[in-house]
Design a protein around this ligand. Structure first.
Ligand SMILES: [Zn+2]
Length: 383
């Protein structure tokens, strides 16, 4: 009885403070993605540096890239499509298809309705106009980063869950999912410099068709018997990456409610930097608001994919720079204007955050040879 009670108490404590910082040794095993983020030839990024307007062949190419990646390299992640259609201001009566993709990894013994999932999100669609717009930071790079993160924690997750057997049934049902959203962008273009405010307003009017649909589905879908009655409730934190890949980003902490999560990510960045594990050595921190006080938060935030989820009570960590990078919504948002060192640093920072959230200290495998420091140059990494 006593030991049972102790176990229960221990588990409850774990539930509220499961986030476990990695040791320095584990931090040194976090991979950067190496040449996989090369815009011309990188296995993760280069195939999606194409226009990805919903309902076009480019969009299908991106979808196949994501699905093939998980099916080939991460077969234990489930794949779900979430389809919807809508008309847009630019396409008249035509119903445009929007297809969100959800890749999920739950503890193998867990009942679906019991799993709290760290939810990692980016949008993969690109602007309808200007024609030929790529959207490298918006958001091909964030999508590629999430593929990298999933790949980088998989072996450690497997080791952790094998070690846990059937779990203890007392709150260890912690999973992770990657959600790649369609239909974030506006369909009405605003090219006049003077209408920046209007563009954002325009964006807001046109965007969120598809993720609004997903939010509605997830708020309404039953989860069966379990701890969480809907898919929405089972999101423990909604981490949204957007506009990442330009040099010198500054990511503010937007929400007092989730500043604790921001602190974790900012601390991970600080520790990686201190250990000399990041490439952007002279840069100021990407996440500088570590010391932000509760009275310093304002009501202002960037309208983005998280809104329909946040409106339903989901906790959100929004990883988007303010100010936006200068290439934002211009034809310069392409592979040539990316900063690869910054991308690889993001790869390490976000992977560390996820590994700490998922409690993977001591479980990470050795780095692939292409990742090893002092190797000189970045060779093609074997996927
Ligand atoms: Zn955009």
């Amino acid at each position: 009885m006593t030991s049972k009670l102790t176990t229960l108490l221990f588990s409850l404590i774990n539930l509220t403070s499961a986030y476990t910082p990695l040791s320095d040794a584990s931090l040194s095993l976090i991979p950067s993605g190496s040449s996989d983020f090369d815009p011309l030839s990188g296995a993760l990024l280069s195939p999606i540096l194409i226009p990805r307007v919903p309902g076009t062949p480019g969009s299908e190419t991106a979808q196949h890239h994501f699905v093939n990646f998980f099916r080939t390299h991460l077969p234990d992640w489930t794949v779900q499509w979430h389809n919807s259609t809508a008309t847009t201001p630019a396409t008249g009566n035509k119903q445009v298809p929007f297809r969100n993709l959800i890749f999920r990894r739950d503890p193998p013994w867990a009942t679906e309705g019991d799993v709290a999932r760290l939810t990692l999100v980016a949008h993969y669609d690109s602007l309808y106009k200007p024609e030929g717009f790529i959207g490298a930071i918006d958001s091909a790079v964030p999508c590629a980063l999430l593929l990298h993160v999933a790949r980088s924690v998989e072996e450690a997750l497997r080791r952790k869950w094998v070690g846990m057997g059937e779990g203890d049934g007392l709150g260890e049902e912690v999973g992770v999912q990657v959600v790649l959203l369609d239909g974030e962008e506006a369909w009405v273009t605003w090219t006049d410099e003077d209408s920046l405010y209007g563009a954002r307003k325009g964006c807001w009017d046109g965007i969120l068709t598809s993720n609004r649909a997903l939010a509605e589905s997830w708020a309404g879908e039953g989860n069966g018997a379990g701890t969480f009655s809907t898919q929405m409730e089972s999101i423990s934190l909604f981490v949204l990456l957007d506009l990442l890949g330009s040099a010198n980003p500054t990511i503010p902490s937007y929400f007092a409610k989730t500043h604790w999560a921001y602190e974790h990510m900012a601390t991970a960045e600080r520790r990686l930097r201190k250990l000399g594990l990041l490439e952007t050595k002279e840069a100021k921190p990407f996440l500088p608001d570590l010391q932000k006080k509760s009275y310093q938060f304002t009501m202002g935030y960037v309208l983005d994919d998280h809104v329909p989820f946040m409106e339903r009570g989901v906790d959100v960590l929004h990883v988007i720079p303010t100010p936006f990078p200068p290439v934002w919504h211009t034809m310069d948002d392409d592979g040539a204007h990316l900063d690869i060192s910054t991308i690889r640093d993001w790869a390490k920072i976000v992977t560390t955050f996820v590994a700490e959230w998922m409690d993977l200290d001591g479980l990470l495998p050795p780095l692939a040879s292409a990742e090893k420091p002092n190797k000189g140059g970045h060779e093609k990494e074997e996927l």
